[in-house]
Each structure stands twice: as C-alpha cells, then as structure tokens.
Design a protein around this ligand. Structure first.
Ligand SMILES: Nc1nc2c(ncn2[C@@H]2O[C@H](COP(=O)(O)OP(=O)(O)O)[C@@H](O)[C@H]2O)c(=O)[nH]1
Ligand SMILES: [Mg+2]
Length: 299
C-alpha cells in the first residue's frame, strides 16, 4: 500500500499526495511505514510567518506566481488557527489562492491547528517531510506568528521570513525576542502605506544591536503583496538565503530541532495529566505519595 503511495508522491500525483497528508494528519494505520520509507531529499522549505492580517497569504499567493514564472514547482502549506473567529481567514486563503489550486505545478493544502498553541499543526513536521519526497522545487509554509510562539517553528523551515506591516510599531517591540531568533529576513508588507519608510528605519535601528552580535545583517525587504511590488526581489532574496543556508551548519541544527520535537512527542505519548492526577490521588489516599519517587517511574 505505502509503496504505491510513495511512488505516487514521487511522481507528483496531487491526489495521492493529498491522501497521504490526510493519512499523516489522522495518524491512520500505515502512516509510520510511509514516513519510514521517505528518501533523503534536499527540497528547500521556506517559512512565512507574522501577525494575522500582515498579508502573508497575499504574499504567498504572489510568491507562487513569481516561482511559477521561473519554471519552478511549488507546494504550499497554510496553517490556520482553527478558532471560529478565523474561519473567514481560512476561507479567504482558499478563495484568494483559488487560481493556483488547479495549476499543475502548484500544490496547496490548508491545515487546521486544532487548538494547539503557537499556530502550529501537530504533524506539520511530518507533512513537510512528506512533501519533500514529491517533485516540488520549493515548499512554502505559512504560519501565524504571534508573540513568542514563533520560536516554536524553529526547525520547521530552512529559512524563515517574518512579515510585518508599517502600523505594527508597538507589536515589533513586544514580539522582538521571538522574531529575532527565527527571522532570516524581514518583509515589510503594505508599503503602499505612507508610514512605511519610517517603519523600515525603526525596524533597522531596532535590529542593529543583534547585527553586531550575529555579524551578518538580516535583510529587510519592502513589498506591496496586493499588487506584486517587490515580490520578485523577495523571491531572489529567499533563494540567496537558501543558498547560504545550504552551506552553513545551521542546517544540521534545524534537523536536530525537528528530531527533538518528534522524539519529545513520542516519549510523551502515554503521559497525560488526568491519569497522573488519578495515580497521585490513589497514592495520597494511602499516604504514600512522594513526588520524586512518583516521577522516577517515568524515567
Ligand atoms: N494595502 C495593502 N493591503 C494588503 C497588502 N497585502 C495584503 N493586503 C490586505 O491585507 C489583508 C490581510 O491579508 P492576508 O494575506 O489575508 O493576511 P494574513 O493574515 O497575514 O495571511 C487583506 O485584506 C489583503 O488584501 C498590501 O501590500 N497593501
Ligand atoms: Mg493567511
């Protein structure tokens, strides 16, 4: 069964790819066998993150166009918070990217976060690995980055672009720490807004202290995703960042991060707080509870 799936994935059969993703999403029988059979590939993964409404989906839509024009095949994963408040945004993504849904060189999949914090999907790492086996030249992952939680996506993408908008001045201050860590480049979108240049200048001076610490400068690109301005330049900057990435040791660190997440998840599989509470209550009734001894059985 999985052999046929793998063959279909490698041939770029979108129906088989979509079905395989569902298999992983639902942890259906056979999904682990498929994951184990995936070959070693080098498909680059680009993360696009930033606050809701920054224009990430619009930008991804324009980026798809830019990649397609250079003859590339693109896969996109949109991770949408499953909150009913965001249902509009989910539909928005679908409708806006509609043009690409039927394009032979484009694959788009929206994933629900199912309430997990940080705007990430529980199987996003595996689904990304799965797509790497398909004949795409690049994989773009759009995630919502709010507050510190973006740090969580370290390891998921090879390079990450953080999308901000001119009026987000205060937000940049509060998100600073998390954003700094993951941004390989910044995109200031909605540069049709009058205060765009001031914002870019502020962002640059805000980032200045980290430049001296990390030596290399993080690029800031200006875009108007809504009409495509700056999008080709962004694609080139992303490609350059990927070339640099390919030769740095960051690559192995990112893979280590991905591995860590999966190991952590597997090790914690049979641990849940409700059962812990019940076991603790039982011991307490017997006046035999010792926290350290209790914990020891799980090591
Ligand atoms: N003025 C302006 N609006 C934009 C631009 N890019 C996106 N938008 C609008 O901003 C809103 C949010 O865009 P969306 O791509 O859904 O943001 P996301 O939540 O970050 O994915 C939509 O109404 C877009 O049309 C831009 O460059 N300029
Ligand atoms: Mg979006």
């Amino acid at each position: 069964m999985w052999e046929a799936s793998l063959k279909g994935i490698q041939e770029g059969d979108t129906r088989i790819i979509a079905r395989a993703i569902s298999l992983v999403e639902n942890e259906a029988p056979g999904y682990e066998t498929l994951m184990l059979a995936l070959p070693h590939t080098h498909t680059p993964v680009i993360g696009i993150t930033g606050p809701p409404g920054a224009g990430k989906s619009t930008l991804v839509d324009a980026l798809i166009g830019s990649y397609i024009r250079t003859g590339k095949r693109v896969a996109v994963l949109c991770v949408d918070p499953s909150s009913p408040f965001n249902l509009g945004a989910v539909l928005g993504d679908r409708i806006r990217m509609n043009e690409w849904y039927t394009h032979p060189d484009v694959f788009i999949r929206s994933l629900a976060t199912r309430g997990s914090l940080g705007g990430l999907h529980p199987h996003i790492i595996e689904i990304t690995e799965l797509l790497k086996a398909a004949p795409f030249d690049v994989i773009i992952v759009e995630t919502v980055g709010v507050g510190q939680s973006e740090v969580e996506i370290i390891g998921l993408a090879d390079i990450t672009a953080v999308v901000l908008v001119p009026e987000a001045g205060d937000e940049v201050q509060t998100m600073k720490a998390g954003l700094m860590e993951i941004a390989d480049l910044f995109v200031v979108n909605k540069c049709d807004r009058p205060d765009a240049d001031i914002f870019v200048r502020n962002l640059r001076s805000m980032l200045a202290p980290t430049f001296s610490r990390h030596k290399e400068e993080v690029a800031i690109l200006k875009t108007i995703a809504a009409n495509g301005t700056g999008v080709d330049a962004l694609r080139q900057a992303l490609d350059e960042a990927l070339t640099l990435h390919h030769t740095s040791d960051k690559k192995a660190w990112l893979l280590a991060e991905r591995a860590y997440h999966l190991i952590e998840r597997n090790r914690m599989k049979d641990i849940n707080k409700k059962r812990l509470k019940e076991a603790i209550e039982h011991l307490q009734q017997q006046h035999a509870f010792n926290l350290y001894r209790f914990v020891q059985q799980f090591q």
